[in-house]
Design a binder for this molecule. Structure first.
Ligand SMILES: [Zn+2]
Length: 267
């Protein structure tokens, strides 16, 4: 009995040991610097939905070319690392790319505000303006947004609310419990990366399950999409539910939020 319990525990704690793994969804990553082999490895491992974000024109083009609409779904955006200094012409090119491919992409992302990259007030203002215009574009195209913030969650929430954005993923959520509750009240999604912290666990506990997404932000911290397993395990532990149940709920949330239908997965 003790042995049986022990081996069961082993299986629960080490999902990679199981024969049939549940399907996993990575709701935010970047694939342009990953090899196709690495990507395939994660898909074969069980990550059947991968939402890949672009950060500038070259990365948007590469991400689009690597997406297949089966397991890999592209988002087009301008990351705040670049948006603070982007020219009108370059911004227009990115927006045109999103419009021309609006039926292929599942979101406008990655977009947002990042005070680390805002070296002065003018750059910060430009980040905010570009963010607002890309949120408007997402609403116009009927797409959700994948939003990055660093020391700027309150600023981003203000713009999102002002623009009337409804489908919002707060990627790599940096807020506290109160901000998580507010975001959930707005219907926004709180996206959890595979890095544990006590604040993050409190946020997961406080947020309704239907407002959670799991992500890797690969290749940040050398992550690959299959590392989403760690985010899912963290969510399962904080919610006090099994890994499989969490994985299934998060897959459903990811499909619903990005409007990725089952038929896409079976093609
Ligand atoms: Zn990202």
């Amino acid at each position: 009995m003790a042995e049986a319990l022990k081996s069961r525990e082993l299986l629960v704690n080490r999902p990679e040991m199981r024969k049939s793994r549940p399907e996993l969804a990575d709701a935010h990553c970047h694939i342009e610097s990953l090899s196709r082999e690495t990507l395939k490895e994660s898909i074969d491992y069980g990550v059947k939905v991968i939402v890949a974000n672009g950060v500038d024109l070259a990365s948007n083009l590469k991400t689009l070319s690597m997406s297949d609409g089966i397991n890999v779904f592209a988002a087009v955006g301008v990351h705040p690392e670049y948006s603070g200094t982007i020219s009108d012409d370059e911004l227009e090119k990115n927006m045109r790319l999103a419009r021309d491919n609006s039926s292929l992409i599942v979101a406008i992302g990655e977009i947002g505000i990042d005070k680390k990259f805002a070296t002065n007030e003018r750059v910060l203002e430009r980040q905010k303006l570009v963010f607002g215009r890309l949120v408007e574009l997402a609403i116009e195209l009927g797409l959700p947004v994948s939003v990055h913030t660093r020391d700027a969650l309150a600023d981003a929430l203000e713009i999102l609310e002002l623009k009337g954005a409804k489908r919002v993923q707060l990627h790599f959520f940096e807020g506290d419990v109160e901000q998580a509750k507010h975001a959930a009240d707005m219907g926004y999604m709180i996206s959890i990366p595979p890095m544990e912290s006590s604040r993050r666990k409190r946020v997961i506990k406080a947020a309704p399950m239907q407002n959670l997404l799991a992500e890797t932000d690969a290749p940040v911290n050398n992550a690959v999409p299959k590392d989403v397993e760690k985010s899912i395990a963290m969510i399962a532990a904080a919610k006090g539910i099994g890994f499989d149940e969490a994985a299934a709920a998060l897959m459903q949330n990811t499909r619903r939020f990005f409007n990725i239908r089952m038929s896409n997965l079976m093609r």
